[in-house]
Design a protein around this ligand. Structure first.
Ligand code: ADP
Length: 262
């Protein structure tokens, strides 16, 4: 990124803003004061030990999980607000946010009775009222970009896990989101299928898409991240460029975690 681009990014409001989020499940404090701003065009990769709150955090941004205190804003619209003791979640704002955020889950959640093409076409037709011909064109373009041009007429059960996940990514992109959230998108895949999904995620990152990625793939994180965020016990332990986090982390716990997973 050039200095001018860096300055432009720094002066714009963040696309996603998470302010002082807390959340307790039963007795367990799962998030304990998390702040996170993600700028347009930024690729933020969240890493950390299992149970540190990564998935919960990313689900909150899409309003799939509520917060006990704090505030979440997407593209200037407050999605959830619990800053003064009362939780407010505006249904219209949530709908808007979900349109602006494409989410990819560990499990692909495709419609089993629809072909790959129909899975990708459907949401824009139903939700955004995009004309069918246009949606079909867009879906074909996206599936081709995902390396699935010869698979458009297959149903999910006829596709490998890696192919299904690429259809799921195409489906999220078909809604033309402003940002994409990935929650351990490769964790459910057989090892030999992980690479093909990481490749399309890498291409997407290089295309300038704003992304928050929760992953255990450290080499991938080092390649695509503008910023690596290390979570531990419901907090952001530290964050920085991949170069800093992977080579010169500030915290012994980060070192410990990285030693265990790399
Ligand atoms: P990570 O993604 O870092 O592995 P999670 O956000 O999935 O962490 O989970 C953090 C903690 O919250 C874990 O201890 C998990 O068991 C707990 N947790 C997550 N979701 C729920 C839920 N819906 N109800 C109760 N506990 C939950």
């Amino acid at each position: 990124m050039t200095a001018t681009e860096q300055l432009a990014r720094a002066t714009r409001q963040p696309l996603i803003r998470v302010e002082n989020i807390h959340r307790t499940f039963g007795e367990i404090p799962v998030l304990r004061g998390v702040d996170l701003d993600v700028a347009e065009g930024e690729v933020a990769v969240v890493i950390g030990p299992s149970g540190s709150g990564k998935t919960t955090l990313i689900r909150m941004i899409n309003a799939l999980e509520t917060i006990d205190s704090g505030r979440i804003t997407v593209d200037g619209t407050v999605i959830q607000d619990a800053t003064n003791g009362r939780h407010r979640m505006n249904a219209k704002a949530v709908r808007l946010a979900r349109l602006e955020l494409g989410m990819v889950f560990q499990r692909f959640n495709l419609f089993p009775h629809l072909t790959a093409l129909e899975n990708v076409m459907m949401p824009p037709v139903r939700v955004r009222k995009v004309p069918k011909d246009e949606a079909r064109e867009r879906a074909l373009r996206l599936l081709t970009r995902m390396g699935l041009a010869d698979r458009v007429d297959n149903r999910p059960h006829e596709l490998s896990g890696g192919q299904q996940q690429r259809v799921a990514i195409a489906r999220a992109l078909a809604m033309e989101p402003k940002a994409m959230l990935f929650d351990e998108a490769t964790s459910a895949l057989d090892p030999e299928l992980v690479g093909e999904v990481l490749k399309v995620m890498r291409d997407l990152a290089e295309s300038g898409m704003t992304m928050i990625i929760v992953t255990h793939e450290m080499r991938f994180a080092a390649q695509v991240a503008d910023r690596v965020i290390v979570m531990d016990q419901g907090r952001i332990l530290e964050q920085g460029t991949p170069e800093v986090i992977f080579n010169r982390p500030s915290h012994a716990r980060t070192e410990e975690f990285l030693r265990a997973v790399i």
